[in-house]
Design a binder for this molecule. Structure first.
Ligand SMILES: [Ca+2]
Ligand SMILES: [Ca+2]
Length: 92
């Protein structure tokens, strides 16, 4: 596989691993999403600082308002974080 294909496969695997924890295996509950963020994006979580920050991230992520994070919503999060990192890195 190419690097980009590998990156996408990893994204899917990470999502599926955490989504399988509780409730619907195809979506992340708030608890699952929190665990995923804490374990896979610790840098982002440090920036969130407190529980209110975490709740806001999760609320902002849930575009269709069904209280679950599906793969497309997760994809937006990863892209958003990647865009922030990319613009920071390319400015240096
Ligand atoms: Ca789930
Ligand atoms: Ca949702």
């Amino acid at each position: 596989m190419t690097q980009l294909e590998t990156a996408m496969a990893i994204m899917m695997k990470v999502f599926d691993t955490y989504a399988a924890g509780e409730g619907n295996p195809g979506t992340l509950t708030k608890g699952e999403a929190k665990t995923l963020l804490e374990k896979e994006l610790p840098g982002l979580m440090k920036g969130a600082k407190n529980q209110a920050g975490v709740d806001k991230i999760l609320k902002d992520l849930d575009f269709n308002g069904d209280s679950e994070i599906d793969f497309s919503e997760f994809g937006v999060l990863v892209c958003t974080v990647a865009c922030v990192c990319h613009s920071r890195c390319s400015k240096k």
